[in-house]
Design a protein around this ligand. Structure first.
Ligand SMILES: Nc1ncnc2c1ncn2[C@@H]1O[C@H](COP(=O)(O)OP(=O)(O)OP(=O)(O)O)[C@@H](O)[C@H]1O
Length: 127
């Protein structure tokens, strides 16, 4: 085990974690796909910078929550491979965190479309 590793080495650990999530976690790949759709929506609507900032913050929170959730699941499966109500609860709580952020992302997309069609919140009227 290596404590207080230099910055470049910690960066490598982080990249290894990202690669492992992309390869092994369907949910993480789905969320990356949703991020691409979100970027397409921002580009197509010509969204002002503030919407981009909100999107980046929320998308980063979702992806980070998914990674932490996966870390909890990985540990849980290692500690207790059999069915266990505490493990089940820990996994459900991690999943709930991702779910809440995902609902927020859907609501943000709805707000963006509303603002786009109403010509408010930094958007010029489209028609
Ligand atoms: N060891 C266990 N004991 C009890 N319940 C469990 C256990 N493992 C999984 N579960 C239940 O099954 C659900 C799904 O767990 P699983 O480990 O399959 O996550 P997942 O579907 O792979 O999640 P993700 O898509 O985020 O990777 C958990 O939320 C929990 O309710």
């Amino acid at each position: 085990m290596r404590k207080n590793a230099p910055l470049w080495r910690r960066g490598r650990y982080a990249l290894a974690g990202l690669e492992s999530a992309v390869r092994g976690e369907a949910s993480f790949r789905t969320e990356l796909g949703a991020a691409v759709l979100g970027i397409a929506l921002l580009v197509c609507t010509g969204a002002p910078l503030l919407w981009w900032a909100l999107f980046i913050l929320l998308m980063a929170a979702i992806l980070a929550a998914e990674l932490l959730n996966t870390a909890i699941e990985t540990l849980a499966d290692r500690v207790e491979p059999e069915l266990d109500p505490f493990i089940g609860r820990a996994k459900d709580l991690g999943a709930a965190a991702v779910f809440i952020l995902s609902v927020a992302a859907i609501l943000l997309a709805a707000c963006l479309l509303l603002a786009f069609f109403q010509g408010g919140a930094g958007f010029a009227p489209p028609f």
